[in-house]
Design a protein around this ligand. Structure first.
Ligand SMILES: CC(=O)N[C@H]1CCN(c2c(Cl)cnc3[nH]c(-c4cn(C)nc4C)nc23)C1
Length: 276
């Protein structure tokens, strides 16, 4: 079934379009149902004129090649795509419980068990990406989704790159960027390790560690690695130790993905099914 589906040339007539789920920068995402199978997907619609205007043709093709080739329980599937005269449609896996950061805002912050479970899922997904020579570079809460069982899925691959050499292009908000990216230096896989440290902190405290009034101040705090832990909510020493081993300026000294999976805080707190 999967094989002929992925080869099929889909068209808009194959889908009943539901409510809009949100908007990316270049288009909107709708929940949709494939008419014959009643299979629910997320349909991302991107206008060709936007692709031309922002000259993102190569980036979009890269996103599609990368996401189509990746098969991992914590990475949102791209099942296929099609286009008409003015739009390109991406047929994406639908994450029933929506955006993880909305869940985080609702609760203020996650428990250590929830945070460790999400960090482990992210680490496994990134280890998979890195072995496929893909650096995501834009792992931030709004790109993280939850499926019907509450399992984390990395969504948008809009900024990921097939890493041949070192990369030099800027990305989204500064909060999640490693020093070498903020300084626009060449960077490599270790940027994702830094981001895991940022996310772990944010999952536990509800805000990223270097947040500041202005981008300039965030920039300074990142470059200084100006890290401090609030007394509330009180978190375990293991959690602080993991965060401190990831938010390290020298990218070669950041804890490896393998070492994260073996860290005492992850071993003690993460739920291995990825739900919790
Ligand atoms: C940058 C970006 O694409 N962000 C979002 C838009 C919808 N999109 C989804 C994608 Cl790409 C896949 N599945 C989703 N599920 C949801 C969602 C479900 N609920 C109950 N609420 C929402 C929202 N959204 C998606 C990702």
């Amino acid at each position: 079934a999967e094989e002929e589906n992925s080869k099929r040339n889909w068209s808009l007539q194959d889908f009943e379009i539901g409510k809009p789920l949100g908007r990316g920068k270049f288009g909107r995402v709708y929940v949709a149902r494939e008419v014959k199978s009643k299979f629910v997907v997320a349909l991302k619609v991107i206008f060709k004129e936007q692709i031309d205007k922002y000259r993102i043709n190569h980036q979009l093709r890269r996103e599609m090649e990368i996401q189509t080739s990746l098969r991992h329980p914590n990475i949102l599937r791209l099942y296929g795509w099609f286009h008409d005269t003015e739009r390109v449609f991406l047929i994406l896996e639908y994450a029933h419980k929506g955006e993880l950061y909305k869940e985080m805002r609702k609760k203020g912050h996650f428990t250590e068990k929830q945070a460790a479970t999400y960090i482990l899922s992210l680490t496994k997904a990134l280890a998979y990406c890195h072995e496929k020579h893909v650096i995501h570079r834009d792992i931030k809460p709004e790109n993280l989704l939850l499926d019907h069982e509450g399992r984390l899925k990395i969504g948008d691959f809009g900024w990921s790159v097939q890493s041949k050499s070192k990369r030099h292009t800027m990305c989204g908000t500064l909060d999640y960027l490693a020093p070498e990216m903020v300084e626009n230096k060449a960077h490599d896989y270790a940027v994702d390790n830094w981001t895991l440290g940022i996310l772990c902190y944010e999952f536990l405290f509800g805000a990223p560690p270097f947040e500041a009034e202005s981008q300039a101040d965030t920039f300074k705090r990142i470059m200084k690695v100006d890290l401090s832990f609030p007394s509330k909510p009180s978190i375990s020493l293991d959690a602080k130790s993991l965060i401190s081993r990831l938010l390290v300026k020298d990218s070669s000294r950041r804890l490896s993905l393998q070492k994260i999976m073996e860290h005492p805080w992850i071993i003690k707190n993460a739920d291995l099914t990825g739900t919790c």
